[in-house]
Write a protein that binds this ligand. Structure first.
Ligand code: SF4
Length: 329
């Protein structure tokens, strides 16, 4: 994939995300890290992650993709969104790159292999904006039998999504609201673009899970949760795990209260009414096990990030042979 198009003699168009920024010579786009140098797209964070950790895959969150495995996780700086509640704003809302930190794609893959990781996760900030670096790591990872995971706001361009099909195995996409105005004014993005991406991912071979951070007063009305549930159930399918996660005061929203358990439970009940099979609550201390929706057996037991797969074999419940959706070993 060519990551940009020529616009005219002095400008190129970055096609990594749906902003399609025009980059004049020596200028960068909204994310602050893709730059036009001599009419070529230069990704300034290439080889320079801001964070590299080994995480449980459940932390992404992905609950139906290689449960109980470790994922070498990395992020860079910058973002194509401006969420006022960002929990990683110190890296996402800066474009200051520490060039003394150098991890080549080979370094990242070696680290993953040395630490018995099953996958590499492109996470912490929006990976779409550093797609050239992520893909080079990912292609090498694939050669070594590792899987590739995106944690994303869903603003990939259709061109990028098509390219992801060749190397990305799983993705968790945030559905942050169902209000066009909220996406536009607060997050600086377009809801229709996110919904289109979600449909493209749902139709692809990439395993999809969704996360909605429920923020009191912002996206917590029954009406809005119902609108999201209707979209998820009708356009994406009933088998896509949906994580409702609790907000904690942060960044520019320090005066907004944390999400109550009552609100999370209400969202879960609404999603269940629409027939969505796998609904999980996050950032709170509640039962996060996966149960067979036919016989009720505990399939995957989770105690914080200590996970045990108890009764799944060949994507079936070992007790009643009910089909379980996901990617399991
Ligand atoms: S990744 Fe998105 S925000 Fe960044 S320059 Fe490209 S189109 Fe613009």
């Amino acid at each position: 994939m060519q990551y940009f198009r020529y616009k005219n003699e002095n400008a190129i168009t970055c096609i990594l995300c749906r902003h399609y920024c025009t980059l004049k010579e020596n200028s960068h786009g909204i994310c602050g890290i893709n730059f036009n140098e001599n009419q070529t797209l230069v990704n300034k964070t290439y080889n320079h992650p801001s964070a590299v950790h080994i995480d449980p895959i459940e932390k992404k969150p992905l609950y139906h993709f290689l449960p109980a495995s470790s994922s070498l996780s990395l992020g860079t700086v910058g973002c194509n969104f401006r969420c006022p509640f960002c929990q990683n704003y110190s890296i996402s809302q800066t474009s200051v790159i520490d060039e003394n930190v150098v991890y080549t794609p080979q370094d990242i893959v070696s680290l993953a292999l040395q630490n018995n990781c099953k996958s590499i996760s492109y996470t912490y900030n929006e990976p779409t904006i550093w797609y050239p670096y992520a893909k080079d790591i990912g292609m090498l990872a694939k050669e070594h039998g590792l899987k590739n995971v995106f944690v994303s706001n869903g603003y990939e361009s259709p061109e990028t999504i098509e390219d992801m099909n060749s190397w990305v195995d799983a993705i968790n996409v945030d559905l942050k609201s169902f209000s066009k105005e909220y996406y536009k004014k607060k997050l600086k993005a377009d809801l229709d673009g996110i919904l289109d991406s979600l449909e493209l991912f749902a139709k692809s071979d990439i395993w999809l899970e969704i996360t909605t951070l429920l923020i009191p007063g912002d996206n917590d009305s029954d009406e809005e949760i119902r609108a999201m549930a209707e979209f998820v159930s009708q356009k994406l399918g009933l088998n896509i795990p949906w994580h409702f996660s609790a907000f904690h005061p942060d960044y520019k929203m320090n005066n907004t209260p944390a999400t109550s358990l009552e609100l999370l439970d209400r969202a879960k009940s609404i999603a269940q009414e629409y027939g969505i099979k796998y609904i999980y609550l996050g950032n709170v201390n509640v039962d996060t096990n996966t149960y067979c929706n036919k016989c009720g057996s505990t399939l995957i037991q989770r105690d914080y990030f200590n996970t045990k797969v108890l009764s799944i074999k060949d994507n079936e419940c070992t007790k009643c042979q009910n089909k379980i959706d996901g990617v399991f070993e």
